[in-house]
Ligand binder design. Sequence first.
Ligand code: FES
Length: 104
Amino acid sequence: MRRVVSHPVLGTLTAAREVKIYVDGKEIRAREGEPIAAAVAAAGIRIHRYTAERGEPRGVFCGIGQCTDCVMVVNGVPNVRTCITPVMEGMIVETQHGAGSEDR
Ligand code: FES
């Protein structure tokens, strides 16, 4: 399984315990502390959000927290940059539509 072991923002990611997170209601296994985007990618999910005006899909682009293409709704909070946000046990991650929860 492909995993991020060194990240320009999060640093070196050592071996971590396996945890469960939920992406659009589906349970996936992740490593505690890895970027959410890495866990989502390992589960085969490439679309993180849909744009507000045209509903176009977006996913990881820069991978270092600069472009916001990877934002998702995490634990009910929209616009979380998943490429620089570490996984924690039990996170609820949702594909973001437009500006977030108020725009659904
Ligand atoms: S991929 Fe650019 S901010 Fe996450």
